[in-house]
Design a binder for this molecule. Structure first.
Ligand SMILES: [Zn+2]
Length: 247
């Protein structure tokens, strides 16, 4: 059974149907001790001692959404049966991202995404929405996750042809495209579009703007030669999130 199925099964067993899906509800139901504490060199831990299980999450994570993702990730280590062969997990920030190379960490991340934003429930909510950042912040609020996490999940589950790119100081950091997205991102420096506004000190338009598709894609291009771009700056960080939408 995949990591997602364990999340779905537990959520159904606990009768949870409406977001937010707080991991603490599951910890209480499973008799797992949950504590937030100052942790050294990791963001979350799962410990199994003499038949008891404890989860610790760093009290030094500033965003609520990230803290929740970390505790949902630890819930994955608690619940996925094959993870019980290890008596402890110490999870650093590099374990808590999609690109982690450790299979058990990847599984815990898959579990966390499914626990916090269940496929069916999230998909039915985003089916009626355009992939703009007003919709995404509404989803982030309802599901109690970060804007980035909600945007990634939307890209994964949307029927639109969309791609999300995170960039920092004008350089692309990571991206995610919807299933079967037909165009290839021209990876590297952010093009001279609204996505660059934070670098050149201009305000963001807060809406979809039509830009030439070859600013973003290399190789084959949409027939119109255009793509819709919506870029926003993330809080206090130098990070820009860009949504590209080929209509
Ligand atoms: Zn972990």
């Amino acid at each position: 059974m995949g990591a997602e199925l364990h999340a779905t099964e537990l959520r159904k067993r606990l009768g949870l149907t409406e977001p937010p899906f707080l991991p603490q509800i599951a910890f209480a139901a499973l008799d797992v001790v949950y504590k937030e504490a100052s942790l050294d060199g990791c963001l979350g831990m799962t410990l199994r001692i003499a038949g008891n299980t404890a989860v610790m999450v760093s009290n030094n994570i500033p965003e609520e959404g990230k803290k929740l993702f970390t505790s949902a990730h630890e819930l994955g280590h608690v619940v996925i049966p094959s993870h019980s062969k290890l008596s402890s997990f110490k999870c650093s920030s590099s374990d808590l991202i999609d690109s982690s190379r450790k299979p058990l960490e990847v599984e815990a991340n898959q579990f966390a995404a499914e626990w916090l934003m269940p496929r069916d429930i999230f998909k039915s909510r985003c089916a009626k929405l355009e992939p703009d950042f007003e919709s995404i912040s509404g989803l982030a609020y309802d599901f109690n996750v970060s804007l980035t996490a909600a945007a990634m999940r939307l890209v994964e589950l949307s029927d639109h042809e969309i791609m999300m790119i995170a960039s920092e100081k004008g350089m692309m950091k990571y991206f995610k495209a919807s299933h079967d997205f037909p165009y290839r991102l021209d990876w590297g420096k952010v093009p001279n579009t609204p996505a660059r506004n934070s670098v050149v000190g201009k305000p963001f338009p807060n809406e979809f703007i039509t830009v030439a598709s070859d600013e973003w894609f290399k190789g084959s291009q949409p027939e119109s030669g255009e793509v819709l771009e919506y870029s926003v700056k993330l809080g206090d960080y130098d990070t820009v999130l860009t949504m590209l939408w080929v209509e």
